[in-house]
Design a protein around this ligand. Structure first.
Ligand SMILES: O=C(O)[C@H](O)[C@@H](O)[C@H](O)[C@H](O)CO
Ligand SMILES: [Zn+2]
Length: 301
């Protein structure tokens, strides 16, 4: 089998501090993403190339579409509804009330419209933090929150298998991509196991998304790459390197979800690294991968 050759282009060079949570919004031909420490939710119009930004009052770690309009986002330790027009955020639920140093990290909506997101202790430097402080939660459509487990270091990438029977999850400092059995009816998870352990040069697993063939794409923080994994065999199928080392997350978007978008960070880089990687903190578009993605699910509440 020949692998199609990928083309990588930096489409936005605004040098975000920590770009994360890319989400394609088909209705507006836009890429949504966040800059966590800058407390910004951004929307890049792929046709006009304009970026709009909404600034919130705490680190914002993920954003998702909302069925009833607008978006939802994880801000600090709160699940919020975001109204783009008047730039307001309404709190839907708060987690980790006893953990003042915690914040949410990555989040994504499941195929039934529940918004999953996990927490972590705030970092003093990338991947330097008090360990085991995080938990994984989901916000149900009726706005109640369920907690799945605690003892998480850095709650990160997540997605669901195409048949909705498996939930994939990354706790970054475990250097593993894990799977759980998933019950879509109840939103319950069980039977945790590892499907892939990262190799040393792949560094820290961060954001993740699934493609139409059921294979997983994982952005490797400090590894400057996205890797494609077969969760059934545990084998890495492909490595696509990017011109920046702090690749944080990935999603499919564009026409028919045939393009991949990758976010990156510049926080934590020294002046020399920034000189060598002027596109650090940019948003990248990868075309010619030869495989498509699936549309993101909107929050149902
Ligand atoms: O965006 C995230 O997931 C974290 O908030 C970031 O700080 C880094 O990606 C992390 O340090 C890598 O492990
Ligand atoms: Zn992340």
């Amino acid at each position: 089998m020949t692998m199609s050759s990928a083309k990588i282009e930096c489409v936005l060079r605004e040098n975000w501090r920590c770009g994360e949570s890319p989400v394609w919004e088909e209705a507006s031909n836009s890429l949504l993403f966040v800059d966590i420490p800058a407390k910004k939710v951004c929307r890049w119009d792929s046709l006009s190339k304009e970026v709009q930004q909404v600034t919130v009052d705490a680190p914002v770690s993920s954003v998702a579409l909302r069925h009833s309009g607008g978006y939802v986002a994880t801000v600090g330790t709160k699940f919020c509804a975001l109204n783009w027009e008047d730039q307001s955020a309404v709190v839907l639920a708060t987690v980790d009330k006893d953990k003042k140093n915690n914040r949410f990290n990555d989040g994504k909506v499941d195929p039934a419209g529940r918004y999953f997101a996990g927490t972590m202790a705030e970092e003093t430097a990338p991947a330097v933090l008090e360990r085991h402080q995080g938990s994984l939660y989901s916000l149900f459509p009726d706005h109640h929150v369920e907690k799945y487990f605690d003892q998480v270091d850095i709650s990160n990438g997540l997605d669901w298998s195409l048949d909705h029977k498996i939930f994939y999850y990354i706790d970054s400092l475990s250097y593993s991509v894990d799977a759980f059995d998933y019950d879509l009816q109840t939103g319950k998870i069980s039977n945790r196991r590892s499907v892939y352990k990262l190799e040393k040069e792949e560094q820290i697993p961060d954001g993740m998304c699934i493609d139409v063939e059921g294979k997983l794409w994982v952005a490797c923080y400090n590894g400057g790459r996205v890797i494609r994994l077969d969760p059934e065999t545990g084998k890495r199928l492909r490595t696509v390197k990017l011109p920046v080392v702090k690749t944080t997350s990935c999603c499919f978007g564009g026409k028919d979800y045939s393009e991949m978008y990758v976010t990156s960070a510049r926080d934590g880089m020294d002046p020399e690294g920034l000189l060598q990687q002027p596109e650090a903190g940019g948003i990248f578009k990868i075309t010619g991968l030869g495989v498509k993605g699936i549309p993101p699910y909107p929050y149902a509440g």
